[in-house]
Design a protein around this ligand. Structure first.
Ligand SMILES: NC(=O)c1ccc[n+]([C@@H]2O[C@H](COP(=O)([O-])OP(=O)(O)OC[C@H]3O[C@@H](n4cnc5c(N)ncnc54)[C@H](O)[C@@H]3O)[C@@H](O)[C@H]2O)c1
Ligand SMILES: O=C(O)[C@H]1O[C@H](OP(=O)(O)OP(=O)(O)OC[C@H]2O[C@@H](n3ccc(=O)[nH]c3=O)[C@H](O)[C@@H]2O)[C@H](O)[C@@H](O)[C@@H]1O
Length: 345
């Protein structure tokens, strides 16, 4: 019922009920689940999109500002009726109607997140605030890809989720690790204050096809260097450790977390732990036995050890990684060879 007072008199007019949306009769598939993936043009995001798109009941919307991601990672989905790509920066509000949000948008490689640290903090804090506001408005469940960097340079090894971390609040990595810590805080405050359904994954070093060739992270650096016949740059002392998870295992963990009942935080990573010298030796052995290994200067606040305790992921998600480093490296080598145009001799 609408009120019409154009002639000075109060008069009521009746409007017929709205017609069903013409979209209901469109030739396009009507999705059961509309899923937003922020940062979906990046490395992990694009593999996640591939998996989500395999389910015909999903409609996927990607938002990305293409800082480190690329349309190329999503080329097989462009023009697909269940897929939509939006150039958007998550530090700005976003209005879409979705059921689930995988919030990945954030540069992840230290060289990129340190490039514009203020922007990195804004992405982590304002970006997460915006996505939580969206989740609240539309009643969507939201998953944040947090990081093992919330443990800083850990004094407990391996790291369980209960460990509160050893983080430098004013260092050059703080824009990322403190930014993610605030993002986790915001997730829990929205959960407690507004009842938002949240999921938090603490991701440990993940590698695989589609990482940028010049990403700057250690696995992509070593593979690109080995293929180009350049020395592998091991940052000193070389005894620092990381635990490397193959991307298909990571995506499987994220999907289980989103579909499960636990808010997290849950560590998702591969507990196989390697020193950077061991990683260099493995890449050399598998990809180019002739390549040299050079020791170079490190950057400040580099964590000395990192290994996930995945007991919670096993118990709560029934998840554990399947792909070993030795099996995963050749898959990434193949992808790098095809992108660099270097065939196997
Ligand atoms: N790969 C890892 O080892 C790892 C480890 C821990 C956590 N993570 C987290 O997983 C997520 C994805 O990491 P990745 O390795 O795929 O990195 P990536 O750099 O390949 O992907 C990040 C994506 O976010 C986009 N992005 C960045 N800032 C944005 C903004 N303000 N607005 C919109 N889009 C923006 C980038 O363009 C890119 O497509 C990140 O949140 C990262 O912190 C990754
Ligand atoms: O998994 C995580 O939680 C975090 O891990 C990484 O951060 P980092 O472990 O520092 O990643 P790399 O830049 O790949 O460095 C790993 C180790 O390799 C060493 N490194 C790096 C590059 C190189 O050429 N040589 C080399 O020895 C570094 O000194 C460091 O000790 C990611 O970049 C973060 O996004 C992520 O959140």
């Amino acid at each position: 019922m609408a009120t019409d007072s154009s002639n000075g008199e109060q008069q009521t007019t009746s409007k017929p009920p709205p017609l069903p949306s013409p979209l209901r009769f469109s030739k396009f598939f009507q999705a059961n689940m509309r899923i937003l993936v922020t940062g979906g043009a990046g490395f992990i995001g694009s593999h996640l999109v591939d998996k989500l798109m395999q389910n015909e009941k999903n409609e996927v919307i990607v938002v990305d500002n293409f800082f480190t991601g690329s349309k190329d990672n999503l080329r097989k989905w462009i023009d697909h009726p269940r897929f939509e790509l939006i150039r958007h920066d998550v530090t700005q509000p976003l209005f879409v109607e979705v059921d689930q949000i995988y919030h990945l948008a954030c540069p992840a490689s230290p060289i990129f997140y340190k490039y514009n640290p203020v922007k990195t903090i804004k992405t982590n804090v304002i970006g997460t605030l915006n996505m939580l506001g969206l989740a609240k408005r539309v009643g969507a469940r939201i998953l944040l890809t947090s990081t093992s960097e919330v443990y800083g340079d850990p004094l407990i090894h391996p790291q369980p989720e209960t460990y509160l971390g050893n983080v430098n609040p004013i260092g050059v990595r703080s824009c990322y690790d403190e930014g993610k810590r605030v993002a986790e805080t915001l997730m829990f405050d929205y959960h407690r204050q507004h009842g938002i359904e949240i999921r938090i994954a603490r991701i440990f070093n993940t590698y695989g096809p589609r990482m940028n060739i010049d990403d700057g992270r250690v696995v992509s650096n070593f593979i690109a260097q080995a293929l180009g016949g350049e020395p592998l740059t091991v940052q000193k002392p070389g005894s620092q450790t990381r635990s490397f998870c193959y991307v298909s295992d990571m995506v499987d963990g994220l999907l289980r977390l989103m579909e499960g009942r636990s808010t997290g935080p849950i560590n998702i990573g591969n507990p196989g732990e390697f020193t950077m010298l061991e990683l260099a030796e493995t890449v050399k052995e598998l990809i180019n036995p002739k390549v040299q290994i050079n020791m170079v200067d490190n950057t400040p606040d580099d964590p000395r050890q990192r290994k996930p305790d995945i007991s919670k992921a096993k118990e709560v998600l029934g998840w554990e990684p399947q792909v070993t480093l030795r099996n995963g490296l050749p898959l990434m080598e193949e992808d790098f060879r095809s992108r660099l145009g270097i065939s196997k001799a």
